[in-house]
Design a protein around this ligand. Structure first.
Ligand SMILES: O=C[C@H](O)[C@H](O)[C@H](O)COP(=O)(O)O
Length: 226
């Protein structure tokens, strides 16, 4: 699986061009993209980057990728990130690593969004992977009750014997649906619950290309909106 992730991650770096503001996602697949971008920087590539998590920012700095503050940019030219599931229409589940709220902000502010996955993440219908929903700790039980009413089994994520706390200081509910038939409507329904910060459903037109890597070194590019 790691080889497949590496192929997808490294392939995505070919879309990075001189002068771009590049958004760096979070996770084990983006790790390979960040490493490859770091190599290209050694060879003379000039970019500015913003990161979706403290983990990715640290890795980028180690690779001498210039991280700039959000106050110094207006938009992102290219955002590269992984996903936990992707369907053919470019709908995604993200947030297995708990970073989806910040990732969604970056994706929303990007002109192009490249998703990198190993081929096992390509699915017909989203929903096998429990949908991460970041929620406020305040009255979390009540928010969970409303999530459950939408047809899922929500579980508060744990970090060992502690509650998992996101980089934003919130809880994450992992919501197991049987299947997600209509990601756009489900995302809207979940977001309408007070107490919900952001869902890991990336629905609709955000994605430019999904790059799926295979263990044999091949990659497949899916362009959902062409
Ligand atoms: O919160 C984490 C992100 O949404 C990741 O992009 C997602 O979980 C996929 O991660 P990985 O590439 O490690 O499978």
């Amino acid at each position: 699986m790691d080889d497949a992730k590496r192929h997808a991650g490294e392939w995505s770096a070919r879309y990075v061009q001189n002068g771009m503001v590049v958004g760096l996602g979070t996770g084990s697949t983006v790790f390979y993209a960040i490493q490859k971008i770091g190599e290209l920087i050694k060879q003379g590539l000039t970019i500015r980057a913003v990161a979706s998590s403290e983990r990715s920012e640290k890795l980028a700095r180690e690779m001498n990728i210039p991280i700039v503050p959000f106050t110094s940019i207006d938009s992102i030219d290219l955002y590269i990130d992984g996903a936990d599931e992707a369907d053919r229409q470019g709908h995604l589940i993200k947030g297995g690593g708990g970073a989806h709220t910040r990732e969604k902000i970056l994706a929303y502010n990007s002109k192009k969004f490249i998703v990198i996955v190993d081929s096992s993440k390509l699915v017909e219908h989203l929903g096998k992977f429990p949908l991460p929903v970041e929620i406020l700790p305040f009255a979390a039980e009540l928010t969970l009750k409303h999530l459950k009413a939408l047809g899922c089994e929500p579980r508060l994520r744990r970090n060992g014997d502690q509650q998992y706390i996101s980089e934003n200081g919130n809880f994450t509910a992992d919501c197991q649906f049987k299947t997600i038939e209509d990601p756009v409507h489900l995302d809207a329904a979940i977001r309408s619950i007070p107490g919900v910060v952001a869902t890991g459903l990336f629905a609709n037109t955000m994605v430019t290309i999904v790059i799926a890597g295979y263990a044999d070194g091949t990659v497949k590019e899916i362009k959902p909106h062409e």
